[in-house]
Write a protein that binds this ligand. Sequence first.
Ligand code: MRU
Length: 362
Amino acid sequence: MTAENFRTIWLKPDDPDVVQIIDQRLLPHAYTVHDLRTWQDADTAIADMYVRGAPLIGATAAWGLYLAALADPTPAGVRAAAEALLLSRPTAVNLRWAVERILRLVAASGDDLAQRIRTDAQAICDEDVEISRGIGEHGVVLLEEIARRKPGETINVLTHCNAGSLATINYGTATAPIYFAQQRGIDVHVWVDETRPRNQGSQLTAWELSESGVPHTLVVDNAGGHLMQHGMVDIVFTGTDRTTRCGDVANKIGTYLKALAAHDNGIPFYVALPSTTIDWHSRDGVAEIPIEERDPEEVSHIYGISNGKPTRVRTTANDTPVSNYAFDVTPARLVTGLITERGICKASEEGLLSVFPEMRDE
Ligand code: MRU
């Protein structure tokens, strides 16, 4: 989203004991604000994907710990909530990052734990907006370079899942360079992957691009290779849920296949990420990143609107066995570069350390 004041999570203006979110399960058919009153509400919102996207998952967990401290302002109470929240979604490393940040506050001495957590949860959100802005500033340079190479022509970006404003606090990661390009008058068009089974592309990315007036076209997940073969994609931008120290990238299932197709067609494949998504303690993404397996019904059923009513229908036979891997890992060798808030770097340990030198001994 390009509106300055758009936020995906906030304190209820007239009741600071309540955190509010957009119930993303209902988009694009309904824009509904949902109240979180307990840390268990935050836990449900993350696990059941009212909110999703790595940075927003982390922020929601931080606000969940604020709600935990309101109910039980003891370190033990907050730590118990933290343990449970950490299990809500396993792949996005921002969740652990945010929970550990809040737990450092819990360990420090001071009055009014809930108010201290509230201040830090708000800081996490404000910092995330600035991080996305940084990613936009650096990533837009790639689009400006393409615009120089093909003056007067539309730049076609392909994206997968939703790494947009809805996945962060505002601006998104993969979408931030696109929004910045639009503001600079660059003619940009986005191919939006549907992103089965949860359809974050068709239901979220398409919605937020439309709200921001960015030209886009929805395609089925398997169309990417065809578009690339026919010169209809200039660059691929995706987000990530966890990137290892060596530049392996976990993202929504299907990202790896897009990277393979991009590699085969000589198309640049960039991953946009905040530093909070880097797992400095893992190296080999395929071996070390836990891949979330979700409810098989997300695959066997499909959700939509029929005659104005939300409807869920089964598309398979009753006894078809189903598995539902939610993420995959794209090896660093297939990633042209990583767009961070500090700049663009190679997808490698040296590349990441060139922009985050303070992590060398981590
Ligand atoms: O299952 P989701 O919707 O949480 O998956 C989200 C993604 O894969 C995003 O691309 C990723 O979190 C990056 S968000 C800036």
